[in-house]
Design a protein around this ligand. Structure first.
Ligand code: GLC
Length: 735
């Protein structure tokens, strides 16, 4: 349809029809036999509301969606198609690593391919929109949703937000293999006080704009179709009813003209926030703030008709929202083809196809971060007797907390991969213990019960593990978090492995100190105990359907770990929030300065255990001092910075050379360094190559004291190295 036809459709719609378009219902409410009808009554949602709703959350499957769409459109007065939306966060059925792991790859283009793959599967299954990318900047590992972000760096997150948006949306939103993307959660959701989910966010205007907004901007610039509001407050007003944020910043300043959808129930929750006085007030404020779709709070269908007929809300605001939704349906091609890419046969053919499994495997391999490798403990060697031990050795659940579309039954476990890829090796397997401490209560989607063992069974597991360790030349322990302990509503105040796993670590390394640890986590943990006892440490995150195969290939040297940390791993939880791009303070501490009156702790170091950008491989590299082609730069000029990188080991390898800049003195304090670029360099043993970076004036800009986005003359340091801890620097003058 063209815009004129859309306008005519809008004019012809009744008020109830228009109100229906701005309401999103959960798919369960549409299922005839739905037990979820209960929430309908609680939400004050009527059958009429259901028959007029504009979008649906939480249904997938080509046949089911086609049936619902067909019946719905036949009943609808203007036969307007539904949009089917769902959280396809790290894959649809072929699940690839969680976003935090993707950030570790430092390969946005690879994430873009994964998003494209997810769109291919999800579109064949009938979906039109995904609630991804989540690009909230994160600095606090207590917050369980760090697993959904690509990390603590604004530049890295911006690259991934762009790549994922383009991967999902392709060149044609109406295509049969594309999804509309929805960037979330706008804005600043990743900075809750105390790392407690849904908690208050307090950010200075400058920090908010300089660190938390750019990645959303990158998605908007990439043409993202939707934005989702966040649960938190911004400047003490809940984002979902924050007119200045949504109309002033998102639409007017950032140029977003797509559909703004609330997070689940977020409009109604503004009452609990203590902002909206009641549901009518919440509906009024949200529509005035420019929220186009009410996701499952029900205040729009319940309140808008009375508000508009009572003259309390202008109908033009509703028309504006409905027009944006109709335009989205038009961009998705749903008026011409309401079934878009839904195709049961294609759904069956593409889901978990070998091409997709191979991509998921590559994404997992690229996400692993090797944190320690004493005396080249890894890769393992064929002549060594190996024991693979731990609760994650034969565990299928490697998919992460937001992959309920994936089936862990499809996962290749570590043990399965080892038996397939190490047929001639001498390998034994032992579970050792459960993931969780006995009696741990888990709240998941529905009633989830983790395996439990009697004391006698646990003793047997223990004995088998110790025996296996004793007889082996080398042990690899597979430990980690439970997938229901990371993701939404999973904030933790203690960032350690469960006690039972810590005990296994101590016992096994006491029996055989030649032990490596592989970690399955959705967040940085306090790894002091692991670092102390293990000869090698590999962070595997939640690696997805092909995680086991990717890990065995990595542990046996068929491929090399090249990941770099997208988020600092704290020394302990007391250090959190911790991030590399901190301000220097007036009393910077540089160990081992004995001066008491410096910005430091009495009992722990300032530095994280493992810093942003850190990771090692199976070889070593040297990096030469920074060389600049000039010492001064004008605003319209540029400087070329380079280092020579050499493979000083005996195996081929890849290094990720990172460029950071530091504005030494400015009208506001500036971070000690900020990531501005990186290059992956692959070298044979003894080979060397140059990493060359062009530094332009626009890379030096920031929000100056008077709030303008600009650079200021002065001294800048160029830091080029293998992580944010590098001090390999050289200065230049911007004149
Ligand atoms: C959740 C999440 C959001 C998700 C939405 C729909 O509460 O905050 O990220 O997209 O609901 O599932």
């Amino acid at each position: 349809m063209n815009h004129t036809e859309l306008e005519a459709l809008l004019q012809d719609m009744s008020l109830r029809e228009k109100i229906g378009q701005v309401f999103q219902i959960s798919g369960q409410l549409l299922a005839e036999d739905s037990a979820a009808m209960g929430p309908m009554q609680e939400m004050g949602v009527t059958q009429e509301d259901l028959s007029l709703a504009g979008t649906v959350l939480g249904i997938c499957g080509a046949e089911k969606i086609c049936k619902i769409q067909k019946e719905y459109m036949e009943r609808h007065p203007h036969h307007i198609p539904l949009i089917f939306m769902l959280d396809v966060i790290n894959g649809y059925r072929t699940v690839y690593p969680i976003p935090l792991a993707q950030g570790a790859s430092f390969l946005p283009e690879l994430s873009g391919k994964c998003a494209q793959m997810a769109a291919r599967e999800a579109a064949a299954a009938g979906l039109h929109v995904t609630f991804s990318p989540m690009t909230d900047l994160v600095r606090d590992a207590r917050w369980g949703r760090v697993m959904e972000s690509t990390g603590e760096d604004v530049y890295l997150n911006s690259q991934f937000a762009k790549a994922m948006t383009e991967g999902y949306q392709g060149n044609d939103l109406a295509g049969e293999e594309t999804l509309g993307a929805c960037v979330k959660h706008f804005a600043g959701y990743g900075a809750p006080e105390a790392g407690r989910d849904y908690n208050t966010v307090q950010l200075t205007e400058r920090t908010f704009r300089e660190y938390y907004l750019p990645a959303y901007q990158a998605a908007v610039d990439a043409g993202v179709a939707l934005v989702m509001t966040s649960f938190n407050t911004v400047n003490d007003i809940p984002a979902t009813v924050n007119k200045q944020l949504m109309r002033g910043i998102l639409r007017d300043e950032m140029g977003f003209d797509g559909v703004l959808i609330s997070d689940f129930g977020a409009i109604g929750e503004t009452i609990a926030h203590g902002l909206s006085s009641d549901r009518a007030d919440a509906a009024k404020r949200a529509l005035e703030a420019g929220v186009d779709i009410d996701m499952m709070s029900g205040v729009y269908p319940e309140q808008l008709e009375q508000l508009i007929r009572g003259g309390k809300v202008r109908e033009e605001l509703l028309d504006e929202a409905v027009m944006r939704i109709l335009e989205l349906k038009n961009r998705l091609g749903l008026f011409e083809n309401p079934f878009k890419g839904a195709d049961p046969e294609k759904e069956h053919a593409v889901i978990l196809c070998e091409e997709h499994r191979a991509l998921a495997r590559e994404a997992a391999e690229r996400s692993f971060v090797l944190l320690k490798n004493e005396n080249d403990f890894l890769p393992l060697k064929k002549e060594e007797k190996i024991a693979l031990i731990g609760p994650y050795v034969s565990r299928k659940q490697l998919l992460g907390g937001w992959s309920f579309l994936g089936d862990s039954g499809d996962t290749v476990t570590v043990e399965e991969a080892a038996r397939a890829l190490m047929p001639e090796w001498n390998v034994t397997f032992a579970k050792g213990c459960t993931v969780l401490d006995p009696g741990t209560k888990l709240v998941g989607f529905g009633e989830y019960r983790e395996e439990a063992y009697t004391e006698e069974e646990q003793s047997r597991l223990w004995r088998e593990a110790c025996d296996a360790a004793r007889e082996a030349d080398k042990v690899v322990l597979f430990l980690g978090e439970h997938f229901l302990q990371t993701g939404e509503a999973t904030s933790r105040g203690i960032l350690e492995l469960p006690q039972i796993q810590q005990k296994l670590l101590r016992e096994i390394t006491a029996v055989n100190p030649n032990t490596a640890v592989v970690l399955f986590t959705g967040r940085p943990l306090d790894l002091r105990l692991v670092r102390k006892h293990a000869k090698a440490v590999l962070e595997a995150w939640m690696p997805g359907t092909e995680g086991g195969t990717a890990l065995i290939r990595t542990l046996t040297g068929a491929c090399e770990p090249t990941g770099r940390l997208p988020m600092s791993f704290p020394y302990c939880v007391g250090q959190v929030p911790v991030h590399y791009d901190e301000f220097p303070t007036g009393r910077p501490y540089h160990a081992p300065d004995e001066n008491r009156f410096l910005s430091k702790y009495l009992d722990i170091p300032n530095q994280p255990l493992y810093p942003f950008g850190y990771g090692i491989g199976y070889t070593t590299f040297s990096v030469s001092p920074v060389c600049l082609d000039r010492e001064e730069m004008t605003r319209d000029g540029c400087i070329t910075a380079k280092v020579t990188v050499r493979n000083t080991g005996d195996r081929p390898g890849t290094d990720v050379i990172q460029l950071y800049l530091h504005d030494v003195a400015a009208s506001v304090v500036r971070p000690v360094k900020q990531l501005k670029g990186w290059q992956r360099i692959t070298l044979e043993p003894g080979e060397e190559a140059e990493a060359v970076f062009r530094i332009r004036e626009d890379m030096l800009r920031f929000y100056t004291a008077d709030g303008t986005w600009d650079s200021e003359p002065g001294v800048f340091e160029v830091i080029i190295g293998e992580s944010s801890a590098s001090e390999n620097k050289k200065s230049f003058l911007l004149v």
